[in-house]
Design a binder for this molecule. Structure first.
Ligand SMILES: *[C@@H]1O[C@H](CO)[C@@H](O)[C@H](O)[C@H]1NC(C)=O
Ligand SMILES: *[C@@H]1O[C@H](CO)[C@@H](O)[C@H](O)[C@H]1NC(C)=O
Ligand SMILES: *[C@@H]1O[C@H](CO)[C@@H](O)[C@H](O)[C@H]1NC(C)=O
Ligand SMILES: *[C@@H]1O[C@H](CO)[C@@H](O)[C@H](O)[C@H]1NC(C)=O
Ligand SMILES: *[C@@H]1O[C@H](CO)[C@@H](O)[C@H](O)[C@H]1NC(C)=O
Ligand SMILES: *[C@@H]1O[C@H](CO)[C@@H](O)[C@H](O)[C@H]1NC(C)=O
Ligand SMILES: CC(=O)N[C@H]1CO[C@H](CO)[C@@H](O)[C@@H]1O
Ligand SMILES: [Cu+2]
Length: 323
């Protein structure tokens, strides 16, 4: 074998090693944590004390292992929403459908191969209403060396839309059942767990989610509707969005001023930071028709350009994101 051959074989081995599927392991400690929103403190169920929970990052082809340990009084399961379960149906997660519950004090490891998928999905608790606070993003990158079929973003952010109740969510459901009525509506919508400056006790930075853009760059926002009931509009003032992916399927890109996203859905958009340096609102608000009463309050997060002084957010008197 000539030198050139040896080199070629070595290179091949190196490349194969490089593209080989990895095993990504996550530990999910399901635990109760006190949090405070809208001037109310209450215990909520979380993963690793985070609300929203941790993001799972994998690459198409990877093996994913999630070791869930339940430190709460609820028997529960975690659903990997939208992940194709070709030969690992037991890793899907719906309680009493593909698995028995992970009981108090027990562990269960979800073990699966991520195949033929790339994009944004999410995970959530799949029993009672625990998913009100037990949820997080799943980001599946394309295989090594496979680019996105759209302009490569300079950076990316996950935007998880949710709903907040001041009461214990399990009590909300029980009460609804007892009365034979739909459960009472949420007290706020949230963006990454934070309701934003339109809500009491949310003026502080701590309760408003904020991201920072550098000028003249392209950003990928992975938007997930983790609300229990509400279809939500999402928009960014002064910026159009280019939709490039929905539910982990690439779309023909199109530009829009706002998106509508249903519970359980995901939408990836590209945003160009091509506006005057400043501070812009990102807002989420429920779709309303003539039917049931619905939480019609607007959650707000901040998109801030780099270099803008990081002052305390003031409460806006009107929200102009929606026409
Ligand atoms: C939450 O707060 C309550 C009341 O202040 C307290 O009794 C409880 O121990 C706290 N729980 C946790 C998990 O910190
Ligand atoms: C999962 O985590 C628990 C708690 O840390 C540990 O006892 C258990 O051995 C882990 N299981 C696996 C399969 O790693
Ligand atoms: C959890 O499951 C165990 C075993 O089936 C059961 O004894 C317990 O009552 C369950 N806990 C709740 C809160 O349902
Ligand atoms: C995932 O792929 C690995 C490597 O091919 C294999 O050993 C494992 O059994 C697969 N797991 C499942 C759940 O199919
Ligand atoms: C957004 O798109 C609309 C409709 O195409 C257009 O009128 C508007 O100027 C665009 N806004 C920005 C900030 O590019
Ligand atoms: C929001 O809902 C409340 C009661 O549910 C109602 O009084 C109010 O008019 C609604 N506001 C808008 C803008 O629809
Ligand atoms: C092993 C373990 O995590 N046990 C916990 C299960 O949940 C109960 C109720 O919240 C706790 O008291 C245990 O410590
Ligand atoms: Cu789901």
């Amino acid at each position: 074998m000539g030198r050139r051959h040896v080199f070629g074989v070595l290179l091949l081995c190196f490349l194969l090693g490089f593209v080989q599927a990895a095993v990504k392991t996550y530990n999910f400690d399901v635990q109760v944590k006190n949090v405070s929103r809208l001037c109310h403190a209450k215990p909520i169920v979380t993963v690793n004390g985070m609300y929203p929970g941790p993001t799972i990052y994998v690459r198409e082809g990877d093996r994913l292992r999630i070791n869930v340990t339940n430190h709460t009084q609820y028997n529960m399961s975690i659903h990997l929403h939208g992940l194709k379960q070709y030969r690992n149906g037991w890793a899907d997660g719906p309680a009493y459908i593909t698995q028995c519950l992970v009981q108090t004090g027990q562990s269960y490891t979800y073990d699966m191969n991520v195949t033929e998928q790339r994009g944004t999905l999410w995970w959530h608790a799949h029993i009672f209403w625990l998913r009100a606070t037990v949820y997080g993003a799943i980001v599946i990158m394309p295989k090594q060396g496979t680019p996105f079929p759209f302009p490569q973003p300079n950076s990316e952010f996950n935007i998880l839309l949710g709903e907040w109740w001041n009461d214990d969510v399990e009590e909300v459901v029980k009460q609804g059942k007892k009365l034979g009525l739909p459960p009472k509506m949420s007290d706020a919508h949230t963006i990454n767990g934070k309701p934003g400056p339109l809500f009491p006790c949310s003026e502080k930075h701590m309760y408003t989610y904020a991201i920072e853009f550098e000028q003249r760059k392209t950003y990928l926002l992975r938007i997930i509707n983790a609300a229990l009931n509400d279809e939500l509009f999402f928009a960014i003032s002064g910026h159009n969005m280019t939709v490039v992916e929905v539910d982990a399927v690439y779309t023909k890109p199109f530009s829009t001023e706002s998106i509508l996203i249903a519970p359980g859905q995901t939408t990836n958009v590209l945003v160009r930071s091509n506006q005057a340096a400043g501070r812009y609102f990102m807002a989420a608000r429920a779709f309303m028709d003539a039917g049931l009463p619905i939480d019609n309050r607007t959650a707000i997060a901040i998109l801030q350009y780099k270099g803008i002084p990081n002052t305390v957010y003031s409460i806006p008197t009107s929200v102009t994101c929606f026409k």
